[in-house]
Design a protein around this ligand. Structure first.
Ligand SMILES: Cc1cc2nc3c(=O)[nH]c(=O)nc-3n(C[C@H](O)[C@H](O)[C@H](O)COP(=O)(O)OP(=O)(O)OC[C@H]3O[C@@H](n4cnc5c(N)ncnc54)[C@H](O)[C@@H]3O)c2cc1C
Length: 488
């Protein structure tokens, strides 16, 4: 494929055509996927939804809110690649994220803006890598520009296989398990081993690989690069599909937004030098923390999670209206929990944007603490939201005849016995099916697990917040109050 071309912001057709041509090596249910991936029943719904997102970049009503003008080509390019330099830029980014998130009720965690933002955030801190050993900032900069100008889509793998998570563990198997550099030659790095967990793995142009964590004794695992998904030797091994079926009546969410997750296997994969961003244990530990990765990526995540919470609130209230249970105090209290979550997340977003500051490289970073707080709260409140929906819906979450049943001779029974307080039986079942697919289907339970671990392990994220949060001024209040000896 000729990546020298400047495609600008792509539409849905461009995305699908490009993906079908890649012929990525995807393994599903023990078989290698053959033919156009966009036609495969397990992936079709998601690919169509992603195409619809890309089409929004060309929607005459919002295209100016979805794109900006390329400094290189003068053509419109995707706004998720915009490096914010002002607070207005942050607000422009927010609008774009909301447009894309609303399409799926925030259920597509890896809508293209997520990883475009991640790449943009790393590129915005490229100067950090300057003059450092085994760091190639110009590769990162030119790759960012290439991706931005061609509107690449990405999957990513940041973690190693879950073999042994003891802090003392050091892999010493004869064959690498966690992806490692097994050779350096004049063409690039040769990688062997596996990485987790690539949501939409195989369904994107590129695989973005960053190492997360500390690499005291294993520099061969400390790297960052991006390569095309069809690079020789890359395999995507999918989990079982959580698609309930193609009917949007029966499976309103999984039929459209089942993103799929995969293990990525690197079987002696050559990563050409011009795609290597760094290969250095110290930098692999530092860069994700010192760069604007956390503020920019968490800003995108929080906006999507707010849209998702609005979606949850809407479903919960419709359940209540449908069976007329709003008079009960415990129902009101449960709804207030969702409202409190929503308002808290919105306030944290506002604070992070209001207190945004230019970083040392001239980019406008939202304040990190409110974003960190939101990132720790959501994995706790989202599972509770799903529980609230189940408690409100009760048996309605189970009484769910199919679309076919409503077109059979049994329909008159269904119409009578499944009607709601102010809804026909068909409407009532539609609403409850949506609630079920969000919280109880295999798709729904994955959503809960997804939000728990979306941005890493919340336990370790809490430790980071505790360690980084300035606490001195508060201990000083107490020291003064007790007239303790002055601390330095
Ligand atoms: C649905 C889903 C989609 C995902 N999509 C992606 C993706 O697209 N790309 C990607 O890169 N990743 C993805 N992930 C992976 C995600 O980033 C990880 O789940 C997350 O970082 C936690 O790592 P882990 O799953 O390996 O948990 P582990 O690290 O194995 O943790 C297991 C348990 O041990 C505890 N534990 C382990 N080590 C420590 C420690 N040092 N200190 C304290 N407690 C510890 C944890 O708290 C947890 O309870 C996805 C995960 C899910 C569930």
């Amino acid at each position: 494929m000729n990546w020298g071309l400047h495609m600008g912001a792509i539409n849905g057709k461009d995305y699908i055509n490009r993906l079908d041509q890649l012929n990525n090596e995807i393994w599903y249910d023990g078989e290698k996927v053959e033919g156009f991936i966009s036609q495969h029943p397990a992936f079709k719904g998601l690919i169509q939804s992603k195409a619809a997102l890309y089409d929004l970049q060309h929607d005459p009503i919002i295209k100016d809110e979805m794109t900006f003008i390329s400094p290189l080509s003068g053509e419109p390019i995707g706004l998720s690649y915009l490096q914010p330099k002002t607070k207005e830029d942050l607000l422009r980014r927010r609008k774009m994220i909301v447009h894309w998130a609303k399409y799926s009720g925030g259920l597509m965690g890896r809508s293209p803006d997520y990883l475009n933002t991640v790449l943009m955030s790393f590129a915005s801190s490229v100067s950090y890598l300057k003059d450092k050993d085994k760091c190639f900032p110009s590769n990162l900069q030119s790759f960012y520009e290439l991706a931005r100008e061609n509107d690449f889509s990405f999957t990513h793998t940041f973690i190693s296989p879950q073999v042994n998570r003891s802090q003392m563990y050091l892999e010493d198997t004869s064959e690498p398990i966690a992806a490692k550099v097994i050779e350096k030659n004049e063409d690039g790095l040769v990688i062997k081993g596996a990485r987790l967990l690539a949501t939409q793995g195989g369904l994107t142009d590129e695989v973005l690989v960053f190492s997360a964590g500390k690499f005291l004794f294993n520099e061969d695992e400390a790297f960052a690069f991006s390569i095309p998904s069809n690079t020789r030797g890359i395999k995507f091994i999918c989990r079982d599909s959580f698609l309930g079926g193609p009917s949007s009546f029966n499976h309103p969410l999984s039929s459209r937004f089942e993103e799929m997750d995969s293990i990525v296997v690197f079987d002696n994969v050559l990563v050409p030098w011009d795609r290597v961003f760094y290969y250095n244990a110290e930098i692999a530990g530092e860069f994700p923390i010192q760069s604007s990765f956390h503020p920019f990526a968490k800003h995108q995540v929080l906006i999507r999670q707010i849209v998702k919470t609005e979606f949850v609130l809407g479903i919960a209230e419709l359940l209540i209206e449908t069976i007329n249970i709003s008079e009960y105090q415990h129902v009101q209290e449960k709804m207030s929990e969702i409202i409190i979550g929503l308002e808290t997340m919105k306030a944290l977003l506002e604070k992070s944007e209001n207190n945004a500051k230019l970083d040392e490289w001239g980019y406008m970073r939202p304040e990190i603490f409110p974003l960190q707080v939101a990132g720790i709260i959501f994995p706790k409140i989202y599972p509770r939201f799903t529980e609230i929906i189940q408690l409100i819906g009760a048996s309605g979450m189970i009484t769910l005849p199919s679309e076919k049943a409503f077109h059979s001779t049994i329909k008159s029974d269904l119409d009578l016995y499944l009607q709601g307080a102010n809804k026909t039986a068909e409407e009532r079942v539609k609403i409850f099916r949506l609630a079920w697919d969000l919280t109880m289907s295999s798709f729904g339970t994955r959503q809960t697990q997804y939000e728990r671990y979306f941005f890493g392990d919340p336990i370790r994220l809490s430790s980071e917040l505790y360690k980084k949060y300035p606490k001195k001024e508060y201990t000083k209040i107490i020291s003064d109050f007790l007239s303790l000896k002055k601390e330095d």
